[in-house]
Ligand binder design. Structure first.
Ligand code: NAI
Ligand code: MG
Length: 335
């Protein structure tokens, strides 16, 4: 069989180091991928004079599956976010942000396993109708929710719950105030949920959800919600398990999927062998699950979990004293 090709964007700052760590681990686990490397972000701007070169877009489209390191978006100069551009361009409408707690870390809770399914292209981030009046005193932006957009993300969440043997989906909304947009989302979500009697459905208003996530996170399993609420809630969830260094994200559409660490390029520690590669390793586990390679995914998950929970070869952000390469080595020894 031909080798599965994966597009790899090493990215900026700590990106190349943590991506290298993930690729070494995938190889050691026997995944047999062929990697096609592409530039984006600052690295691309310096080499090719643009943040998102055509060749990179072509490779993302051709291979369908991309593993991506964090990208630096230059400030000022009118650059738009590369991540937002990629989501729009490939219609990556589902953003999956799982968080799982590891024992023995400084995480606030020890038995959390929550996945946020965030609508990734509409809502307050539609980019539509952004105006500021001439006197600079009135600003407007359009929130967009369509029946089609709500249906596909809610169905995605329930199908995921079924596939992963999860018990409950919580629909998060603010339909009491945002009657049109959040109201439509909630109506559609209720309709879809009726087709999944095997899965418990809960409805929760977004502000109450934040409080309950902090107080009783064990009550949550799958959360499905609109773009802005999902952005905020998924970072809150990352905070429950020890921060962004432990949080991966998948951006999935019908024809392409992009897996990434959710943190940034961490310029303060770049090139110092200090970065924790866990989030991008967890993103590569999401990628394996997407490709139907559950055995490899499980094997890597067990190895990473063991190294983090033993705690004697972890990176500084987890209270350890070891570098990126040594942590990676420890995970590979476990495989
Ligand atoms: P950041 O996430 O890069 O860093 C925040 C803090 O967390 C820093 O102290 C950093 O050292 C630490 N940190 C982040 N990842 C770590 C890891 N794996 N191991 C250990 N420590 C880690 O956020 P910041 O500084 O706001 O952004 C830096 C750049 O990254 C900016 O140019 C921003 O635009 C970009 N960025 C890119 C993202 C992406 O491509 N998905 C997401 C967020 C920011
Ligand atoms: Mg965010």
């Amino acid at each position: 069989m031909a080798q599965r090709k994966i597009t790899v964007i090493p990215g900026d700052g700590i990106g190349p180091d943590i991506i290298d760590s993930a690729l070494q681990i995938l190889d050691k686990a026997g995944c047999d991928f062929e990697y096609e490397f592409a530039d984006a972000g600052l690295a691309a701007l310096e080499k090719h004079g643009e943040l998102l070169p055509q060749r990179t877009l072509d490779l993302i489209e051709k291979n369908g599956v991309t593993l991506k390191g964090p990208l630096t978006t230059p400030i000022g100069k009118g650059f738009t976010s590369i991540n937002v551009s990629l989501r729009k361009r490939f219609n990556l409408y589902a953003n999956l942000r799982p968080v799982i707690s590891f024992k023995g870390t400084q995480a606030r809770y020890e038995n959390i396993d929550i996945i946020t399914v965030r609508e990734n292209t509409q809502g307050m981030y539609s980019g539509l109708g952004q105006t500021v009046s001439e006197d600079g005193c009135t600003a407007e932006a359009m929130s967009l929710v369509t029946r089609e957009g709500a249906e596909r993300i809610v169905r995605f969440a329930y199908e995921l719950a079924r596939k992963e043997n999860r018990k409950k989906v919580t629909i998060v909304h603010k339909a009491n105030i945002l009657k049109s947009t959040s109201g439509l989302f909630l109506d559609v979500a209720r309709e879809i949920s009726a087709a999944y009697p095997d899965i418990e459905t809960a409805e929760m208003i977004v502000d109450a959800t934040c409080m309950k996530l902090v107080m009783n996170p064990e009550e949550f399993d799958v959360i499905v919600t609109t773009n802005l609420f999902g952005d905020i809630i998924s970072d809150l969830c990352a905070g429950l398990v020890g921060g962004l260094g432990m949080a991966p994200g998948a951006n999935i559409g019908d024809n392409a999927a992009l897996f990434e660490a959710v943190h940034g390029s961490a310029p303060d520690i770049a090139g110092k062998n200090l970065a924790n590669p866990t989030s991008v390793i967890l993103a590569s586990i999401q990628m394996l699950e997407y490709l139907g390679m559950q055995d490899k995914a499980e094997a890597i998950r067990r190895a990473v979990t063991a190294v983090i929970e033993e705690g004697d070869r972890t990176t500084c952000d987890l209270g350890g004293t070891h570098g990126t390469t040594d942590f990676t080595q420890a995970v590979m020894e476990r495989l």
